[in-house]
Design a protein. Structure first.
Length: 748
């Protein structure tokens, strides 16, 4: 029986070879069987048993690479193309993966993800990369998914459920990495037009030009524009995305990649809904249409802009010595206005009081709508420098990541009723905060891929993270707003070691131990009494195995994470002021597994499941937004004739929306669960037909239909905080059934 051995896994290829090379490598390694199958006539007889699963992996929700050093799931380009609406945000691309919980209340791929959880770690506690470059908000590393890249421009997504090795760069690698890679430019010239129309008056149109191979490289340019009313009432949005990428071969040993993206979006921002409003207006209630109430949608406009640019040079300096350097910049802007509480439908909570510069009351308007206007803008500059020397006993790797963020933010109170004019507060200014924040990260690393035997590889290494935050505030976010000039540097060494062993052809195992580190967010400086806060730290332990044999692909792992110095809020003794402390630690542990079985070379079954436990030490209190278990199951069909079909469902187990408050008597964190969210199931269906070479320069015409929430499930699926006036709980709900028709036409 013929057997094939897969090459190095895409994420490690990405880190050492660059994003473009990684996508090409993944298409060879993970799709090789499919390519061979497509070239083999039916008359040649059945495909050899070892290659059957490879023929369907290119459209699977997840692939399990054989050379993993940690639990890894790769979402291939075929799945993104066939099952994810082109206008979708990145959270929609990974929602079916083990231990991932993502929900967007305004509809699949629409609006921002209000929950994005990985093993119980929340967005800002794990790494997100674009073409190998870590990025995140300057305040706490969170991400506004609706303001970033879209599915149509992505070639692959990878979910690493672990800290990686020393060469895995990023500020929060201990929680794992969601890695997104842009498409590789095509070798052949083409022009593609595509469109989406569907539920909630959603309309999307786009166009892509591929130059093919030219003297100035292989390039593509894509532009997309989308409008939608959204699932939630009066939560309309609009988005425009531009993306350019060029890959240029300089000689035989150097590749230069240039990429640039630009994104603009507008939306009316919702804050969740009370149970009373859900019962009264329906579970799709978002915002109202009464200008006499704070919930009026025109009081909640948000405008986002983002961009991402880089130039990457990959070169073989000698037969064994390789260089990989990426210089990048990315920016993010958020200009928004909102009422004091967009969930408030009680006119009695209205009212604006004006003060003069001395803090003396000037006038009170009981019926006016209170609000604020705010700006948040940051620009990041950075560089990743990597060297690899391949020797007889393995690879020696060394490099450094440098990242600098310049952040400017301000917010001032306004009176909506009087034309959104400034409304000075009792502190003599309309500003609630105005500050400048500079973040500087240095992260050098050294690592050895030691080939102990042909079957055993050990990967010891260490990286050192140094993070400095400089805050210069005219008005710090305190009461009263006050000036602040403050600087703090956090430095930590993060050792790691991993082992990879080939048990037999198509069956491998791995084990890993690594230390994690996360510097405190800016919140710890935005208090009247700044406490001495230690960085959050973890020790990660995990083992697992991966199988690709015959008709089976299987991945199973177990993990244990000891999280210390967990940062919590606390009340300053004798006052009502809030500060931050290093509170209780957390233990994360669980089991994860996924499998795919190829019934034929076109039809396969897929399933994954996870048991995840994240509890504060010495308590039975769960970390908020940590589903206790999750499971996904699906069937995929992809024929040589062009017809494809998938039906995939995911059930998310129960979790809690809140995990701590402040004890009124002691002022210390009081860990307790509240707002239980019950289990729920959602299924999606996709069907389409790829029509090839129709003549008249038509290379591909693909109509498709994508149905979200097939069974029209309606349930509460997330906790959104509490209402400011009443303290009532706010919730998110599951978007109802959606139907999107898509058409893509490619010619040249």
């Amino acid at each position: 029986m013929m057997r094939t051995k897969l090459a190095r896994r895409p994420m490690r290829a990405q880190l050492m070879m660059g994003a473009a090379a990684a996508v090409a490598l993944s298409s060879v390694t993970l799709g090789a069987g499919a390519a061979r199958a497509a070239e083999t006539p039916e008359a040649d007889g059945p495909i050899e048993e070892i290659n059957v699963v490879a023929t369907v992996m290119h459209v699977s929700p997840s692939n399990v690479p054989l050379d993993s050093l940690e639990p890894t799931s790769i979402v291939p380009e075929g799945f993104l193309r066939d099952n994810i609406v082109p206008l979708s945000s990145f959270d929609d691309m990974v929602k079916f993966q083990p231990s991932v919980y993502a929900q967007s209340p305004n509809g699949p791929g629409l609006g921002k993800a209000e929950t994005l959880s990985l093993r119980g770690f929340q967005d800002s506690q794990f790494n997100i990369t674009f073409d190998g470059i870590p990025f995140g908000d300057a305040t706490d590393l969170h991400h506004t998914s609706s303001a970033l890249f879209v599915a149509h421009d992505m070639g692959e997504a990878e979910v690493d459920r672990g800290p990686g090795t020393a060469s895995t760069i990023g500020k929060a690698t201990f929680g794992g990495t969601l890695g997104f890679r842009s498409k590789t430019p095509s070798e052949d010239p083409s022009v593609t037009a595509y469109a989406t129309y569907g539920s909630w008056n959603t309309k999307g149109i786009g166009g892509e030009i591929d130059t093919g191979r030219t003297v100035v490289g292989r390039m593509f340019f894509d532009v997309q524009h989308t409008t939608s009313d959204g699932y939630l009432t009066h939560a309309a949005e609009e988005r425009t995305n531009y993306f350019f990428k060029d890959q240029l071969d300089i000689g035989e040993k150097t590749v230069v990649t240039l990429a640039a993206s630009k994104n603009h979006s507008f939306e009316y921002t919702t804050q969740g809904a009370t149970l009373a409003d859900i019962a009264k207006y329906g579970d799709n209630y978002g915002l109202g249409d009464n200008p006499k109430l704070q919930s009026y949608y025109k009081y909640q406009p948000s405008r986002y802009s983002s961009d991402f640019e880089y130039i990457r040079v990959q070169s073989e300096l000698t037969d064994s010595f390789k260089l990989d350097n990426t210089t990048y910049t990315n920016g993010f802007g958020h200009h928004y206005q909102e009422s004091k509480d967009a969930s408030d439908n009680n006119a009695a909570d209205n009212g604006v009081t004006f003060y003069n510069a001395a803090g003396k009351k000037v006038a009170t308007y009981a019926n006016d709508i209170p609000g604020k206007e705010a700006n948040a803008n940051y620009r990041t500059f950075g560089d990743t420098f990597r060297l690899t020397d391949s020797l007889s006993f393995g690879d020696i790797k060394a490099g450094v990541w440098y990242d600098r963020q310049l952040d400017h933010r301000h917010s001032e109170t306004i009176d909506w009723t009087q034309g959104a004019i400034w409304a000075p507060t009792k502190y003599g200014t309309a500003y609630s905060y105005k500050y400048r924040d500079v973040n500087t990260t240095w992260q050098p690393y050294a690592e050895l891929d030691w080939k102990v035997t042909p079957d055993l590889t050990l990967v010891p290494g260490v990286k050192v993270t140094s993070f400095t935050r400089d805050v210069e505030a005219l008005y710090n976010k305190t009461k009263p707003p006050a000036p602040l000039n403050y600087s703090e540097t956090y430095t930590e060494a993060q050792p790691s070691i991993a082992a990879h062993y080939t048990l037999q052809e198509g069956w491998t195992a791995y084990a890993q131990v690594a230390k994690g580190f996360l510097a405190p967010p800016i919140d710890v400086f935005q208090v009247t009494k700044i406490a001495s806060i230690k960085p959050e730290e973890t020790w990660n332990y995990q083992i697992g195995t991966a199988v690709q044999r015959g008709r089976w692909m299987v991945g199973v792992d177990a993990y244990y994470i000891d999280f210390s110095n967990y940062i919590s809020t606390s009340q300053v003794p004798g006052t009502t002021e809030t500060t931050f402390v290093n509170g209780a630690g957390v233990i994360y542990k669980g089991l994860e597994g996924e499998a795919q079985y190829a019934l034929t070379d076109a039809l396969s079954l897929y399933a994954n499941a996870s048991l995840n436990r994240a509890q504060y030490k010495n308590t039975n209190v769960w970390v908020a937004d940590t589903p206790q278990w999750m499971a996904t199951t699906g069937v995929m069909y992809d024929s040589r004739d062009g017809l494809y079909f998938s039906a995939i469902g995911k059930v998310v187990g129960p979790f809690y929306g809140q995990d701590n408050t402040t004890d009124a008597a002691t002022g210390q964190p009081d860990f307790a669960n509240a707002y239980r969210i019950h289990a729920g199931f959602v299924a999606d269906v996709s069907v389409g037909w790829r029509l090839k070479d129709l003549g008249y320069h038509l290379l591909d015409v693909t109509p498709s239909l994508k149905i979200g929430n097939l069974f029209d499930t309606h349930r509460i699926n997330g906790f959104a905080g509490t209402q400011s006036a009443t303290g009532q709980a706010l919730y998110w709900t599951t978007p109802g059934r959606s139907v999107f028709f898509n058409l893509s036409v490619t010619g040249w």
